[in-house]
Design a protein. Sequence first.
Length: 68
Amino acid sequence: MELSAVLTPAIEGGYVAFNPETGTTTQGESIEEALINLQEATELYLEEFPLVVSGRSLLTTFQVAAHA
């Protein structure tokens, strides 16, 4: 099963990894570690709460006005 991963830099260093299909979130010191941890967390989640994927996720961006 192919799922999505969104990684963002963490304030304290490393990365936060989020899977939007399941809501699982974890972190790691590197991108690779964050992805490994997210895979493990998501597999554990799916053992308890099976997921039926109806299509692929879409990632896009949008802009908001910056308040200086």
